[in-house]
Design a protein around this ligand. Structure first.
Ligand SMILES: Nc1ncnc2c1ncn2[C@@H]1O[C@H](COP(=O)(O)OP(=O)(O)OP(=O)(O)O)[C@@H](O)[C@H]1O
Length: 255
């Protein structure tokens, strides 16, 4: 009998992160947070509040100074770099503001790159569905430079979806897009949650982008300052405008 997967896709337990150097900066302080499977969470907060640090630690791109990060039942804190790389490749998708596409490769080659690197052949029916969903069927032979920003971001999302990762981490996925294209990209991420039960964790400054999420977490000074289910654009904007939402980053107050 197989053990059912944990309800949490990602869990952080008392995660702290201090960047070293001559002037150490504490970016996260004892953060406890769980992200349930099949949900979309927006991570918000003022510049320097620790959003990217949280994302990087949760995704196994960086290691916390203390505390534990779990992806499903896997404890990242005790993992070797090699296993961590494999876990990221096999179970995690990334969508960044800068698209991170390979300029020399075609759209199709970019979408298939993670599978190729993992030595896997994606299910052709699923590949066709993803390409159809992102609306890029007529652009497969193009290079990224020949596409608009929105199209490039859709390639990045298709690349993240094709491998069917359990969790998709996004850092400002709509930051470089106009509002109409941003809406398309957000709908696509939403469908990854609703249609395929994937988990999306998205850092954003944009209250409209955050309103697509099931839950909005706001960081201030490396701690979770609020955690709200589906607050709606107006409440999100109000929260961000409160003094706590605009507190100066940890780095500015130290040193
Ligand atoms: N590699 C690093 N070395 C030193 N300090 C860092 C490093 N990365 C981030 N920091 C500091 O840690 C704090 C949190 O940074 P982080 O990038 O996580 O914030 P953020 O909320 O994502 O900000 P932004 O919205 O501006 O991207 C900041 O004070 C930042 O200056």
């Amino acid at each position: 009998m197989s053990v059912p997967p944990p309800a949490d896709a990602v869990r952080l337990e008392r995660v702290s992160k201090t960047y070293g150097g001559d002037h150490p900066v504490t970016a996260l302080v004892d953060v406890d947070v769980r992200f349930r499977r099949g949900t979309m969470t927006a991570v918000m907060g003022a510049s320097g509040s620790g959003k990217s640090t949280l994302l990087n630690c949760a995704a196994g791109l960086d290691r916390p100074t203390s505390g534990r990060v779990m992806i499903g039942a896997a404890d990242l804190s005790t993992m070797s770099e090699k296993r961590l790389t494999e876990l990221r490749r096999d179970r995690i998708g990334f969508v960044f503001q800068a698209f991170n596409l390979v300029g020399a490769l075609t759209v199709e080659q970019n979408i298939l790159l993670p599978s190729r690197l993992a030595g896997r052949r994606p299910d052709p029916a699923w590949l066709a569905e993803v390409i159809d969903r992102v609306g890029l069927g007529h652009r497969l032979g193009h290079r990224p430079a020949q596409l608009s920003g929105g199209q490039q971001q859709r390639v990045a999302i298709a690349r993240a979806l094709v491998a069917r990762p359990e969790v998709i981490f996004c850092d400002e996925p709509t930051g470089a897009l106009d509002s109409r294209t941003a809406a398309e990209v957000l709908a696509l991420l939403r469908s990854a949650v609703d249609a395929t039960g994937q988990t999306v964790i998205m850092v954003t400054h944009d209250p409209v982008a955050a309103s697509y999420a099931d839950r909005v977490i706001r960081l201030a000074d490396g701690r979770i300052a609020s955690d709200m289910p589906q607050p709606g654009v107006r409440v999100i904007a109000e929260q961000l405008a409160t003094p706590a939402g605009g507190r100066r980053p940890v780095a500015d107050r130290e040193g």
